[in-house]
Each structure stands twice: as C-alpha cells, then as structure tokens.
Design a protein around this ligand. Sequence first.
Ligand code: PRX
Length: 622
Amino acid sequence: MMKYVEKKGKVFWPTAKAKEIGLAGQDVYKRAGEDRIKFWEELARTGVDWIEPWHTAYEQKGLKFGWFLGGKLNLCYNAVDRHLDKPDQTAVIFVPESPDEKVQRISYSELFKQVNQAAGLLQKKGVKKGDVVAIYLPMIPEALVFMLACARIGAIHSVVFSAFSADALRTRIKDGGAKVLVTANYYFRKGKKINLLEQANESCRGIEIQKIVVDRAKRGRMFEKAEEVIVKPVEMDAEDAAFILYTSGTTGKPKGVMHAVGGYAVQAYWSCRDVFNLKENESMWCTADVGWITGHTYACYGPLLTGATTLIFEGLPNYPEPDRYLEVIDKEKVNVFYTAPTALRMFALDGTEHTKKYNLDSLKILGSVGEPIDEATWMWFFKNIGKSRCPVIDTYWQTETGSAVICALPGIGPFIPTYAGKPFPGIEYKIVDDNLRKVKPGKKGMLVQVPPFAPGLMRGVWKNEKRYIKYFKKGVYLAEDNAFEKGGNLRVLGRADDIIKVAGHRMSTAEIENAIAGLKGVAEAAVVSKADKLRGEVPVAFVKAKRSLTEEEVIARVVKMIGPIAKPAEVYFVEDIPKTRSGKMMRRILKALIAGEEVTNTSTLVNPGSVGEIERLVRGKV
Ligand code: PRX
C-alpha cells in the first residue's frame, strides 16, 4: 500500500514517492516568489481555457482590483464541455441517504446533457446574463447541474443552504433580487422526508419570483425524457460576477460575497490540483453542502474543472450506521476525503471499532476545513482514516477567498498538526498588530492578505459597497482571524470578531441576537459563543424579557428565522445585560462568565450588578 508521509521528529513529511507524484512541482514557491503576477498568468494560461486572452493581468485602483482583464471565458465550459473528449468518465457520483437507494454515476457526457437542459429551462423562464438565480436544493445532482447551468448562461447563482429556514431564504432572495428560485419537493434527513417545497413557498410569499421544482424521486434523471437542447456557453468577461454567496458578518444581516469568473476559475482549478493532488481519473469527496463555499469549490467547481470525479452525498456521514462514511469511501474508492473537524470529532466518539474494519487503501489525501483542528483530532484522522499513510491537509480559507489559501501542499509538506502551513504559492499573508506592523514569529496577531490580492479573492459585497470597503485597512485585506507563524508555517487560532463557527458553520452572533430580539416580549438579547468539545463553538443567549418567556420559545424563534444550526445551546433569562455607559452590550464579559473566568474590571459598566446575577445563573446551570 502506498505510503505518502513519514514522520521526522514531531513533523510529517512527504515520502520520496509522494514527492514524485505531487502535482505542484518542488520549485513552486520559488517560481511564485519571483513574480507573483507572472506566476498567476502562467497558471491561468495552463489551467483554464480562454475564449480570448487578457490584455492586463492585474489592475488595482484603490481597493478595487481585477485579474485577467479583457480575458473571456465560460466557467461551465471549463468544468464540463472541455472534458467531452472522455465522455464516459464519471463526473459525479451521487450517493443517496438511504443505502437501499441506488448510487448514481453521471458521466461527463451525461452531465453535459443535463446542464444544457437546465440552462435551456432557465432561459425559458427569462433568465439572462447577469440575472440572479437562487438555488435552494439538497445535495442531489441537480444542485450541481443548476449551478453549472447558471454559469453556462452567465446567470449569477446564489445558493442557499437547504437547512436554512424559509425566513433566511427570503432575506437572501430579496437582497439578491433573484428572478428564479430552483428548489426541490423534498429530501431525506435521517430517514425522514423533509418538505423543502413548503419552506421554499413560504419564503416567496408576496415576492415576484418564478420557481423550478426538482422532484427528488427523479433526482439525476430530471431531464431523462426531454428533447435534446444545446445552449451555447455565454462569453463572460473575466471580471464578470460568477456567483454570490451569502455569509455572516458582524452585523445582523448576511452579506452577498461576490466572486469573479476568471480569478475564481483559476484558483478553484489550481487549488484542487495542487492542494488535493487530484488527477483526472481520481475522485474527491468533499462532505460540505453546496450551500457553503467549501461545497461550491470542492464539491462542484474544483473537481469538475480538473476533469476528475466529485462524490456528493445526500445524508449525514454517520447515518444510518456510524460507519456509513467509511463504507462510502471503501465502496466508491474515494481518493481525496475532505471534511470538517466537527465531523471527525463525532467519528472519533465511536472509537476505532469501525475504522479497523476498513483498509481504505484508495485514500491518498485527507483534508480538513472550516475551523481549527486540534492535535488529537488531527492524529485520529491521520491514524484511523488515513492509516498513517496519507497527509492531513489542514486548509484555511473563507467564503471571501474562494478557495484554500493557506495549507501545506501534498508533495512538499511539512504536515504539522494544528498548523495550516504556508500561503498558497502566489498569495501573500502576513501576521500584524493593530497598527499593521508585522509581529515577531510565535506572536499572535491579525491575519491579513497583502496586494497583489489573490485572483480568487471576492470582488465585492452585493449591493453594499460600504461593507466591501470595511474588509480593508490601509490597503490590506483583513481576514478577521487571529494567527501566529512559526518556521514559515501559519497556525490559525480563530475569529477576531463576533463571528462564530458552530460545527464549522459560519454564524453571526448579531444575526441570532436580531432573531431573538424580534420575538414578542423580548427587550434585549445578547449572544456569545461558548467552547464545545464536539462542535468547536456553540451560541449561548442572554435574554432580557418583558414577559414570561420559555427557553423553547427563544429556540423556536431562532430556528424559524435562521435554521436549526443556529440554535442556542443555552438560554439565560436575565434582569439586565452588562453595558457600558454608551449602551454597548459587553459581550466580552458574558463570554468570560460562560467560560467560568473571573470578571474583575466592571468599572466601565453602567450596571455592574448585572454581572453578579449572571454569574450566579451560569454557575447554577453548571
Ligand atoms: O475562522 C476561519 C475559519 O472559518 C472562517 C471562514 O468561514 P467560512 O467563510 O464559512 O469558510 C469556511 C470554509 C472555507 C475563517 O475566517 N476557518 C476556515 N478554515 C480554517 C479555519 N480556522 C482554522 N483552520 C482552518 N483550516
């Protein structure tokens, strides 16, 4: 069995064989370092098919920047049409939730047919280049098919995670100004049929929008009997918007992060090849839902741009049996398995009884994403799933960066538990203090990206220029994460703002607060995060109520406004929320109280008595 890594001291390195088969050459950092713009030009030329070449590789005016200006291409053409020279190769493997339902394999030629049909259908509904299409679908092949269909006709997709509530979908449909909503009648979750259409219908009440409803029962075969349709891929400018994806910020309202066709295509392609070493005849299973950026880039575009196979799975990886994910990897001979630390911690709770039953010899690369991975989880992943043969690539990135931007490369290494590694060749990050001065190695600071900005970095926030500008300070992009550097490798510690990661899902405490504050009888609400062994972080709510309210009512409100993923783990009804004289809620103090830390300096508070009360409440619950 092929061994890709070996341990030297506390650090893992690629074996000689792994170096040999590594797709990113050993000199990649050197080449990129010589001239970053030229380096990206070379990647763009060799990774993506262009209809017309660009005249200017990089341009920046103030905070507005662009790549490959004048270049023309189509993302769908690059992900589908250009692989038609191997029509029978599997593009998508769809694994339904129920093990009794048949696994479906969709070849590139079949995918081409379906995408054209879907593009034709969108056109029939009047969708044109630049229009927004909301996609609210479970993990079934049509999710990818309609994303690609949008890309084909130059429509901007706005995918909304199917576990988001009707209200959350409504907010996103309205902000995006979507013309069409693509949804499904139902999907399966833990054996139960979830009526998605009911939620979709509710979200559209009073909004003028057309709907396309996929029948889950016909998944992957929606257009089986339709007459052949061919839709020409639309010529897109490199800087045209490819898609928007709503994500949480520090305000109560999600923001539509916008990506450009050219830069996104280049980075999605190259990161898939170089980070996951994904070759054309190999398969990748990214367990993220397409409703998140990880699903966009590594369940859809990345593997398809590289001409490989993407495996999508409808259900939960440990349902109906704890070893479901192992069975899928084993049966489908998955080469790259990419998941989140929370999922791994969940698998680890089941011990190694299941993992021992499988040799998982198809695996080559393991990937982790979405939240910091602790050493124990890294090692568990490495030993029990990777069988001490495969590197664990801890990929750091964000909705805003479009693809993995900090991680070790498989043929180069090193792979150090808890360290993401080096910035992707051609991208530069620094760790700085509040004055944007570089901090010394080993010292914690803010993570920032410096110009020339990466081709895949977002180009704007949908209809909100002001919010876009807030991402930058003195010309650098603020990741809003804390990190430190040691020996050239970066360790990302977590968010520096009020965003929290619950089971790897990005959530805004302000959004949850808004939801609770809108509940009748609530005077004020504050939400902070609490460390959680399994899910990394969980939200905890403090509610000042004007009438008697129950915890269930508060939770139900959050589920209604956002979705079950945002449910507070604990709800405290308090007399008062600690505040400064200017009325600012002191979340820092609440966070300390929840963590069981001592709170001393309360002199700036207008209501210091509130601290003692909350302390008693919190202790009482423990
Ligand atoms: O805090 C970082 C964390 O996830 C945030 C971005 O969340 P989102 O936009 O949903 O994208 C997640 C998937 C790309 C970051 O600001 N994060 C992501 N990956 C890592 C991470 N934190 C530590 N280590 C990682 N590998």
